[in-house]
Each structure stands twice: as C-alpha cells, then as structure tokens.
Ligand binder design. Structure first.
Ligand SMILES: *Cc1c(COP(=O)(O)O)cnc(C)c1O
Length: 394
C-alpha cells in the first residue's frame, strides 16, 4: 500500500483554499453555531446534506471539517467524524448498527468506558455481549453467535497491550457480515492503518497522541462514506456529542507535529525501557514493541513505529513500596490519560486500598503492582535519572 503524503495532509489538506481567508496560513476558527443561506433553494440543499454542507455546527462546521479531512486521510479512510471525546466516538460507532436482540463480541480488557458501554449500558437495550481474550482469532470465532453484529477490538490496549490479528479478524467478520470497530488510540494512524487491513470503523481518543498537548478532550471515528453517513444520521446527530470549533482548531495545531512527536517519543521510550530492563527492582515490562513481548511477531507485522506507553511491575510485597516510588518521582506527573508532551505516571495501586498485598493477579486482571508510564518529549537522561532515584526508595 502506498504511504500517504504526510506533509501534505498535515500542512495543507482541507486548507488549500486560503484565498477564502485572505491568505491566512493558520485557518480561522469558525466560532459560529449557524450558517445562513441567501435563498430558499440553497437552504433546501443544505437540509439535504447536513454532513457535507454547513448549516448547523452540531452537524458540520468549516474548522471541524478541516480536521475531518486530515484524520480520514491519515487513517486511509473515506471520511471521519469528530466528537467531544474518544468515549463518544466509540459509543457512536458501537451503537450505530445495533438493535435489540443483537450480540457484540469485545476484547477482554478494553478501555474502561468501552467496557461499561457494552456491559452495562447496551444491556439495558437488549443487546448481549461476550468479552473474550482475543489474542488468538479462534477465540473470537468461538464466541460468535448467529445474532452477532459487531466485534469491538482494541489493539494494543493501554495497560497490558494485548493485540488482535486485525487482518484475520476482519476476514472472519466480513465473511459473516459482521461489522468490526477498532480503538486505535495506542498506535495512532501513523503506526497502524487498520482500514487497509479490512477493519470497518476506526476510533481514537484524540485526547491522547493526535492532539498531544493535554489541553483538549476529543474523539474521532473513521470509515467508509456510507458507514460514516449512517453514524452521522444516527447517534452523531441525535446524541450531539460534537467537537467545538475552537477545540478542532487546537487539534489541527496539535496534529501538525504528530510525526516528530511520535519519533522522539519512540526513541526516548527505547532508552527508558533499556534502563528498566537492567534494573533489579523491575519485575516485568509490558511493551508491544519489545522483542521479549509474547506478541512481538504480531506487532512487527501489523504496526510500523512504536509508541511511548509502557507498563512495568515492581518487585515488592505491598503497594506501600509502589507508593514510595511514585511519590518520589519528580519529572512524571501522576494522573490518568496519556499521549501528551509531558511524561505521566499511572499506578494501578491508586485504585486499591493502601498497603494492598501484592499477589499473583487473577487471569484477565491487571497486577496491583503495575505502574504505567506515558513517555513525553523530555530528554531521556532526565527521565531515567528520575526513575533511578525513585526506584532507590522501593
Ligand atoms: C482515553 C481512552 C479512551 C477514551 O477517550 P476520551 O477522549 O477520554 O473520551 C478510549 N480508548 C482508549 C484506549 C483510551 O486510552
């Protein structure tokens, strides 16, 4: 498959007609909820196609449309829709084609709110589900039922990085008329192009790498023109979880540097992992691009570059030791989310009571002594020195 012209997509696509804006290099923010028509005939045409004209900003907006074009092109998709969060993008993509009586298959450890959507929310509307450990495609196949309409994938996920063989799952699903949706937030469109592998809908939490500056919550859903129109006329317009023009403008700006951010982050992450691997207090590392990862052959085949999200467990008996480590870090901010310019830390221990005993985790759960790092744009030496002094407190 031909590589997209990244520079064109990021610097120009959707912005070519600069004369409309007196030559402005950075596109204006169309901070307008409504767009007026000169004639009844023009207004009638606007009602006929709210997705591709500008009538009302809940449907389409010129600033948001620039971003739509860029993200669709990055994913190799025909079209895209922007949402006010990644959770909204996933919910819209999941709900668009489902009816009472349908069944959904989902990976065992999806993002927490994807799990809630499928397990708690859709159940109220008569949609059943199965969560499966989908590292082997055969496990998905075994879970399919005559009423299965959708397979929800997340490859890799963002705590322990399990992957699915996307081409194999897409082939299996297409043969049975089942739709596939992938949460591609971890890999970004640069490192994993799922539409080309046969996946129907690709969602991102654009809050993470795509925006990359920890200042916008946003989501995107990419797919064929027909599927995107189905989502638009269904959950997109009815639930109204659109992205504001100003946030779209910030995201256009954040997106411009995606390739260089990802390059820098991948290189720094390599150095951090090499340090952790050699450290006696580190028990195990989770990183899909590490040759030691059990699914490394799949990431080597299915993805191109690497990301900066990794997890590791610390050798200890109680989460008190984890707390000493985390509290001592100076250059990693302790919080949720990931994918920004700044390095972050998320200790699983924070969702358990203090001084929880560290034991073998149950299958399908995340170890209590696991710490997740999101590597940002700092110098590798700075981050490694910080990790070294904090590991001394364990
Ligand atoms: C953060 C995240 C989401 C949700 O995105 P929001 O923008 O926070 O709504 C979905 N999937 C993954 C993998 C995430 O990390």
């Amino acid at each position: 498959m031909q590589q997209p012209d990244l520079s064109y997509i990021l610097n120009h696509l959707g912005e070519e007609d600069r004369a409309r804006h007196r030559g402005a290099v950075s596109p204006p923010v169309y901070q307008s909820s409504i767009f007026a028509f000169d004639t009844v005939a023009a207004m009638r045409a606007g009602f006929g196609d709210e997705l591709d004209t500008t009538l009302y900003t809940r449907g389409n907006n010129p600033t948001v449309e620039i971003l739509r074009k860029k993200l669709a092109a990055l994913e190799g998709a025909e079209d895209a829709l922007l949402f006010g969060s990644g959770a909204a993008a996933i919910a819209a993509g999941v709900m668009a084609g489902l009816h009472a009586g349908d069944h959904v298959v989902c990976v065992q450890k999806p993002y927490s709110w994807t799990r809630s959507l499928i397990r708690d929310f859709l159940g109220r509307f008569g949609v059943s589900h199965s969560f499966v450990d989908a590292r082997e495609t055969s496990a998905i196949e075994a879970a399919l039922m005559p009423q299965t309409r959708l397979i929800v994938l997340e490859s890799p996920n963002t705590m322990t990085y399990e992957q699915q063989d996307l081409a194999a799952v897409a082939t299996l699903a297409r043969a049975r008329g089942i739709r596939t949706l992938l949460d591609n937030s971890y890999a970004t469109p640069l490192n994993q192009r799922a539409i080309a592998l046969g996946i129907d809908l690709v969602a991102h939490s654009a809050t993470k790498y795509l925006n990359g500056h920890s200042d916008v919550v946003a989501g995107v859903l990419c797919g064929s023109k027909a599927l995107i129109r189905e989502v638009f006329e269904g959950p997109y317009m009815t639930l109204g979880a659109m992205l504001s023009p100003h946030d779209a403008w910030l995201m256009i700006r954040g997106l411009r540097t995606l390739p260089i951010r990802m390059q820098q982050i991948a290189a720094t992450t390599q150095a951090v992992i090499a340090f952790l691997q050699a450290h006696p207090k580190v028990e195990r590392i989770w990183y899909p691009h590490d040759p030691a990862d059990p699914q490394h052959a799949l990431s080597a085949r299915q993805t191109r570059g690497a990301s900066g999200l990794l997890s590791f467990t610390i050798r200890c008996d109680s989460t008190l030791a984890i707390e000493r480590f985390c509290d001592a870090l100076q250059r990693f901010l302790m919080t949720v989310s990931w994918g920004g310019y700044e390095s972050l830390l998320f200790p699983v221990a924070a969702v358990y009571p203090p001084a929880t005993k560290v034991a073998e985790p149950r299958a399908g759960t995340v170890p209590v002594n696991l710490v997740r790092l999101s590597i940002g744009l700092e110098e590798a030496d700075v981050l490694i020195a910080d990790l070294a002094q904090a590991l001394d407190r364990v």
